[in-house]
Design a binder for this molecule. Structure first.
Ligand code: ATP
Ligand code: MG
Length: 384
């Protein structure tokens, strides 16, 4: 009797002719998630079976696989020879001691002597006789014991369906450049977009020495958590201190954030082009703070020429974002105190509805391309 894990995928089967492509990427992502753990993955029709692993690592494997997008549900199952006695021994291990239950058999191998209904009756009958606190409920049972008689002479026996991460396999929806701050929102935005199958790069802007190494370590940790969902990612770190100083010196105080955002967008676009990313992703949410008005977004979109800016959180409340952040495991890191580069030289009254013409006029006082060039020269890339 071998312990195995069944992985069922979602949405992929909707992709018709591309199915093979989606399945290969998904398989690859499963393999990546299990790096460092001995295992084998097989792909009989319609699902994946992880086997040949050390049973004491089952929980760890499940935890990792639960983060692979494209996973609909998972089950820890016993794989046994397709023989009624062997099957019943496995059923005894997964079936409840009390409460209502039903047996749901599925016979892919039509050579098996009993058909599905007969298997249900036989196994259910034995369980009832052995466990007096059990009762059968075929409509809404508290527990279901699944028996899958397969074509290769084995059967899978399990009783639990664990919810997977959902979404589409990372790598099937292109590549995006996520503006990753140390805050709550941007990691959630990255998670949402990765869930739709997008591979991510992250770009983080810092203002050393105004911001310190802890801020940087914090962002690295956030990227590490995100990377568990994306099968690794690149974190690009760029210094913008000189840009903030130049804005501070030459432009109206209240435009600091508006102007800095435009620099961030330009730099993100340049880097995206360099690494082959096709869009920019931010954690902005409409009206959340002064700079996240539609006018603010107009001003920052205006400098991006060749790609869309995706803002997956645009319609979310902060409480909804926090909920998601807890669920994906970034919240505790995000709330650690730190200085974001945006809080350096923070204006007392930031512009809420910047007018594009005025913003551009203020920006004319800066040597935009020289400032960007200097920022690009500070680029450090970490593979996570
Ligand atoms: P977050 O919680 O993601 O920091 P926020 O509510 O604090 O968001 P802002 O600080 O206004 O909002 O930032 C809006 C978006 O701009 C962020 O979600 C992020 O995508 C991007 N951003 C802000 N600061 C940085 C930074 N230092 N490096 C990279 N991107 C940043
Ligand atoms: Mg922030």
């Amino acid at each position: 009797m071998e312990r195995v894990i069944i992985v069922r995928y979602c949405e992929i089967h909707l992709k018709g002719k591309n199915r093979g492509y989606f399945e290969r990427i998904f398989m690859n992502n499963l393999e990546k998630a299990l790096t460092g753990i001995r295992h084998e993955i097989r792909r009989p029709s319609g699902r994946y079976i992880v086997e040949a692993f050390d049973p004491s690592r089952t929980e760890e494997i499940i935890a990792r696989l639960c983060k692979v997008f494209g996973t609909h549900t998972l089950s820890v199952a016993y794989q046994v020879p397709a023989d009624l006695e062997e099957i019943y021994r496995a059923v005894q291990l997964v079936a409840p001691q009390s409460g209502s239950f039903k047996v749901q058999a599925n016979r892919a191998d039509k050579r098996f002597p009993l058909h599905s209904m007969q298997i249900n009756a036989e196994i259910g009958g034995r369980l009832l006789a052995e466990r007096p606190a059990l009762c059968v409920d075929v409509h809404v049972p508290q527990n279901t014991v699944y028996i899958d008689i397969r074509e290769n002479g084995t059967a899978l026996v399990f009783s639990e369906l664990i919810k997977g991460a959902g979404g589409m396999p990372v790598g099937t929806s292109g590549r995006g450049m996520l503006l990753l701050s140390g805050g709550i929102d941007s990691p959630v935005a990255g998670h949402m977009i990765a869930k739709r199958g997008m591979k991510l790069d992250c770009i983080h802007f810092h203002s050393y020495p105004y911001t310190n190494m802890q801020a940087r370590e914090k962002v690295t940790e956030l990227a590490r958590i995100l990377a568990q969902y994306t099968g690794g990612l690149e974190l690009h770190v760029i210094r913008v201190t000189h840009i903030q100083e130049a804005i501070h010196k030459n432009c109206p105080e209240e435009m600091m954030i508006t102007l800095l955002r435009r620099f961030m967008m330009r730099i993100a676009e340049q880097l995206a082009c360099r690494v082959g990313a096709q869009c920019i992703v931010t954690g902005e949410s409409l009206g959340q703070v002064a700079s996240q008005t539609v006018e603010g977004m107009t001003s920052s979109n205006a400098v991006v020429r060749s790609m869309p800016v995706l803002r997956p959180l645009v319609g979310f409340d902060k409480t909804e974002i926090i909920e998601r952040s807890r669920a994906i495991g970034t919240f505790e890191t995000s709330i650690l105190p730190y200085e974001d580069c945006c809080t350096v030289f923070l204006p007392k009254h930031p512009l809420i509805r910047p007018e594009l013409k005025k913003v551009e006029a203020a920006e004319d006082r800066l040597d935009v391309s020289a400032l960007i060039e200097e920022a690009m020269a500070s680029l450090e890339t970490l593979s996570i």
